[in-house]
Write a protein of this length. Structure first.
Length: 443
């Protein structure tokens, strides 16, 4: 076995061992390039991965380069050595990359200390996943055997990436399913609309690691005109200023399309070009659909890690929104039914008061007695209207002025408290209070 074969076997064996570890992809790639760098006797190595859109390669692991550029150094597909190799899907060896027109010098990366490089595409069948580099501080005219070795290593790395991503995706799906179940249980635990909106916003923000959430409700079941407490909007404090500029537009856009909206960067979206001074923002917005009727819109702003929202994030929010729409409509309907029930009870009480007053008034012709019956019904007598005091003023036709004729009610807070306590303790009907007149002395 020649030295190259022994080196290849040693490197591939170590990569296989790393592949079986429980570490995340970033850590695995970092360990792999350190093994490759040492195995090939060079001073630097790196891995660039293609993003899901297939338009950009990003530095995800580096040895010998400045670590601050990991995750930050990016090249469009076809640009720079990394972008060119990813696009052409062929290996490349450059003894003097600085003289090559495809090379893009980025001094902050620390590439300046290296003189030569070899790059190989990381391929999954005919699809490029990224590019692996080996860097040398001395001029290096790589032999074909060394290029083949790096290509073989790249193929092994492809399997590591594929299996790790598959495992991570399975884990993510399990977490999402568990989260969806937990959120569903939470949404079914209350019919209070204000509490429900808070639960939806809190859970979606935490799971998707967003800076904040807004929920706007529209077209809810009519809960009556006298419902100032019916919520129409929920806004997280952290995004209140941002939502003031973008919320209305997202509401109109999402309601108009009746479909989820993903905006990776508002600065590049035509719908926000007229907003001056708007910081770069990523957001997702999903309609709350109930029987093909939009009853609201939920919008999440900016991921905490600074990355844009993904299609997976949008799909997850859509799934949550489907269950949330039913819960919101049920809560709104419950509040309407509860409001109608309260109205019905009030009407029944009013009719009962009128009946009791009418019955009592029909039993006497004494004016003072009639006036006391009326005033007692207006105050706290049993099932009366519940006022503390009532005063009857009649017109004096001779002097053409209103003249106080009778008053019913407590003379002090202590007497009012005693009267209310008496009402609660004795549980008398309005007729009984009228007949006994026990509450207050006439004034």
């Amino acid at each position: 076995m020649d030295p190259v074969e022994r080196t290849e076997l040693s490197i591939l064996s170590e990569i296989g061992r790393i592949s079986n570890s429980a570490e995340d992809l970033a850590r695995k790639l970092q360990r792999i390039i350190e093994v490759v760098m040492r195995g090939m006797g060079r001073e630097g190595a790196s891995v660039f991965l293609l993003d899901p859109s297939g338009q950009t390669v990003t530095l995800v692991a580096a040895a010998g380069l400045n670590q601050e550029t990991v995750g930050m150094l990016k090249f469009p597909l076809g640009k720079g050595i990394a972008g060119w190799v990813a696009e052409q899907k062929v290996p490349l060896a450059l003894a003097d990359p600085y003289s090559d027109p495809r090379f893009q010098y980025v001094p902050e990366s620390g590439i300046g200390r290296f003189r030569s490089l070899v790059a190989a595409p990381i391929l999954d069948e005919d699809r490029c996943l990224g590019v692996i580099f080996v860097l040398s501080v001395e001029t290096w005219n790589a032999q074909s055997a060394e290029i083949t070795l790096l290509t073989t290593i790249a193929n092994q790395v492809s399997g590591v990436i594929r299996s790790t991503r598959l495992f991570q995706n399975i884990q993510d799906r399990l977490i999402e399913l568990s989260t969806i179940y937990q959120i569903g249980m939470a949404l079914n635990s209350t019919l209070d609309l204000n509490q429900l909106l808070g639960l939806i916003a809190k859970n979606t923000t935490q799971v998707l690691r967003a800076q904040g959430c807004t929920i706007r409700l529209v077209n809810l079941p009519d809960a009556g005109a006298e419902r100032p407490d019916l919520p129409e909007i929920y806004i997280s404090e952290g995004v209140r200023e941002l939502d003031a500029r973008l919320g209305g537009r997202m509401l109109a856009r999402t309601m108009g399309d009746k479909r989820p909206v993903l905006i990776a960067d508002t600065s590049r979206d035509p719908g926000f070009q007229d907003l001056s001074g708007l910081p770069p923002c990523s957001l997702i917005s999903v309609p709350l659909l109930f029987h093909d009727r939009v009853i609201g819109v939920i919008t999440l702003y900016n991921k905490e890690d600074g990355q844009p929202f993904s299609e997976a994030d949008l799909q997850f929010l859509t799934t949550i929104a489907n269950g949330a729409a039913v819960a919101v409509d049920n809560a709104a309907m419950f509040e309407r039914v509860d409001h109608l029930a309260n109205e019905a009870r009030n009407r029944a009480q009013e009719f009962s008061i009128l009946y009791d007053v009418g019955t009592a008034m029909g039993a006497t012709l004494n004016l003072d007695r009639l006036l006391r019956i009326i005033l007692t019904a207006a105050t706290m007598g049993g099932t009366g209207l519940g006022f503390n005091r009532a005063i009857l003023l009649l017109t004096n036709e001779r002097s053409n002025v209103l003249q106080g004729m009778m008053g019913v009610g407590p003379s002090s807070w202590d007497e009012a408290n005693r009267a209310w306590t008496e009402v609660a303790r004795k549980h008398k009907s309005l007729m009984e209070w009228i007949q006994t007149g026990e509450l207050f002395e006439s004034k």
